[in-house]
Design a protein around this ligand. Structure first.
Ligand SMILES: [Fe+2]
Ligand SMILES: [Fe+2]
Length: 180
């Protein structure tokens, strides 16, 4: 009995922390595209960023409903700034760098959502939330593939170092957002 209650509490705490990372991530995602749009004059990139940003805004709205303000990351201003800078720097580096960056980010986000969906499925808990997260994940996979199909060159060594930095930063951000 006590063990079951403890397990339920642990599960609830886990889900709250995970949804906080999702909310932080979708907030950052919108900012990535804002950063791109603030910098680029490339029409092809503008169309790409506008279309993706619309999806990210709807993701943010849906996740926001599950994460009341008191449960959001206190570091949101930082996630916004870092997201914006990621997009802006990528756009400064050009079209291919931007697609490569988005491909890397969305690869990370796909795995992030997948791990959450897997655990919820294993536990057979919160089916509505699991369905939502899986739907968002599928959108991110489309974003990843769209970026992949649009890039016309294989990433240079410099670009691989940059996306490595972005991935490492995303990993640290998720850890922090789980905590605060
Ligand atoms: Fe998203
Ligand atoms: Fe996305």
């Amino acid at each position: 009995m006590v063990a079951a209650v403890t397990r339920d509490n642990e599960r609830a705490r886990w889900l709250i922390a995970e949804l906080r990372t999702d909310h932080a991530g979708e907030t950052g995602a919108v900012e990535i595209y804002r950063g791109i749009l603030a910098i680029t004059r490339d029409e092809h990139l503008v169309a790409f960023a506008r279309a993706h940003m619309q999806t990210e805004q709807s993701h943010l709205e849906e996740i926001s409903r599950l994460v009341p303000p008191a449960r959001r990351s206190i570091l949101l201003p930082l996630w916004k700034l870092l997201g914006w800078l990621t997009g802006a720097i990528a756009a400064m580096l050009g079209r291919n760098a931007t697609f490569t960056t988005i491909e890397a980010v969305e690869t990370f986000v796909d795995r992030h959502y997948q791990a959450q969906v897997d655990r919820l499925r294993r536990e057979g808990s919160e089916p509505a939330i699991m369905d939502l997260l899986d739907r968002l994940r599928r959108d991110e996979v489309h974003h990843r593939d769209d970026a992949h199909n649009r890039r016309t060159s294989t990433p240079t060594r410099f670009l691989r170092a940059w996306t490595g930095l972005v991935e490492g930063g995303s990993r640290v951000a998720v850890h922090l957002a789980r905590l605060v």
